[in-house]
Design a protein around this ligand. Structure first.
Ligand code: X2X
Length: 343
């Protein structure tokens, strides 16, 4: 190689570096903000902290993520989370599909009443082609999906009576998140839905402002000791609530490739650990989560297959309307995945 060649090569690299400055540590912020809707003591909040710890370790402290729990980055209004994430107020999120479904219509797939019968069905969707489609939709909107965690199947608790059939729900005041499909589903079932942020909900339970609520058992109901307020639980798996661990695209692009890899791996590990925690004790033969509730005096109703059919029948119009809004193709693709998952 001649000196001239060498000069040219050096010049070429100089030009490339100046025109396309690679991410360098120097541009890193001192702190990255991560939004979580619930408190730090719940498995969801702990999963976010685990992710932050793994990233800090894996990057030798170069990337320092601070958790902002209890919807604190959006002043309590949990359905605004996607908007503040896209704007870059939150660099990272560990977020429920429910809270983002007002901004991203496709995420209502997980809110379709009685669509997912079990974990196999859910996994076939999140881990398969539909999960990848959702990743692409988020990416177009400015956010990278790093991993799926879980809040869980949402079961209903109330202070009035056992609910085994749609008729039993009649007139019960049920707190739901402020997303239209939840209000419509509860109305279709004859209940009286009240929308409320999670931050206000627990006081409302305590004061008896509402008769009931719906949330996952291990992820939410046991940690908040729901039996203090409600003595009836209905296990009906009416909707599921996956969690998405995400990063704002513009922020992600500022990290070196090596650090991006650390972040991806940390997300997968933290989300998968969190998912395993919240699934424990909910499926026979291990029903220990329900035993915890029974020991606290709760009466548990597992709905029968026949009753599930009755609930599906009652919510048919909601499913039809929202299938159109979500997009028929995506819903059909998900239904195929559910059907071929062994159900
Ligand atoms: O508000 C709820 O019910 C919660 C905590 O489960 C969600 O953020 C969806």
């Amino acid at each position: 190689m001649t000196v001239l060649h060498l000069r040219r090569i050096i010049l070429f690299f100089l030009v490339v570096c100046v025109s396309f400055p690679a991410a360098t540590f120097a541009s890193y912020k001192d702190e990255y903000k991560m939004s979580v809707v619930v408190g730090a003591k719940l498995p969801w909040g702990q999963g976010a902290q685990r992710f932050a710890d793994l990233v800090r370790e894996g990057t030798d402290g170069r990337i320092n993520i601070k958790i902002y729990p209890s919807s604190s980055l959006m002043a309590g209004k949990q359905t605004n989370e996607f908007l503040i994430h896209r704007q870059g107020v939150a660099d990272f999120c560990f977020a429920s599909t429910i809270n983002w479904s007002t901004s991203i219509k496709e995420l209502n797939l997980f809110n379709l009443p009685f669509f997912f019968p079990d974990y196999k069905a859910l996994d076939s969707v999140t881990q398969g082609a539909v999960g990848a489609d959702i990743g692409a939709i988020l990416n177009e909107k400015g956010v990278t999906l790093l991993a799926w965690g879980e809040n869980g199947f949402r079961e209903m608790s109330n202070s009035k009576r056992p609910v085994a059939n749609p008729e039993d729900l009649k007139g019960l005041k049920i707190r739901v998140v402020g997303t239209p499909i939840f209000i419509e589903t509860m109305k279709a079932l004859g209940a009286n839905p009240v929308n409320m942020n999670w931050g206000d909900a627990q006081v409302a339970f305590q004061q008896g402002v509402v008769d009931g609520q719906e949330n996952p058992v291990v992820a939410i109901q046991i940690p908040v000791k729901i039996w203090q307020f409600h003595n009836h639980l209905t296990v009906w798996r009416y909707v599921v609530d996956p969690l998405m661990l995400t990063v704002n695209n513009k922020v992600f692009a500022t990290f070196t490739e090596q650090d991006q890899e650390v972040i991806r791996n940390a997300a997968k590990q933290a989300a998968s650990e969190q998912l395993q925690v919240v699934r424990k004790g909910l499926v026979a033969p291990d029903l220990s989560a329900y035993d915890v509730m029974k020991e606290q005096g709760m009466k548990i109703t597992f709905i029968s297959d026949q009753s599930r059919m009755a609930f599906i029948e009652k919510t048919k119009s909601v499913t039809a309307k929202w299938t159109n809004k979500i997009g028929r193709d995506l819903v059909e693709k998900a239904r195929e995945a559910v059907n071929s998952s062994g159900n």
